[in-house]
Design a protein around this ligand. Sequence first.
Ligand SMILES: [Zn+2]
Length: 110
Amino acid sequence: MVEAFVTLTLTSEIQAKSPSISFINSNKGKPLLVADDYTFKLNKTTTSTKYWICTINGCAAKVHTDLNNGLLKTVGNHSPLPGKEKLEVREAREKMTHLKKHFLTLNIST
Ligand SMILES: [Zn+2]
């Protein structure tokens, strides 16, 4: 029961926080939707709704807009960016190297 309540609360918080969206044209002239630093390409248009999918391969995030490009809702979450993870690993490694150097310097000077 408690878990269900927490999940519901989190979900409504996420939905309440709508990203600000803007639109650009890709270099192929296709429209792209930009939300929270992610780009979405137009996947499907119906008589009432445009369906946008994240341009990152394998990402499950989607955005629905009306035909006037007004945000209706966001669906799903972005897959973690492999590039970002790599960056974090590199930063951690650089920190380690820095600490090691610092430690060695201390050892030499004492
Ligand atoms: Zn995504």
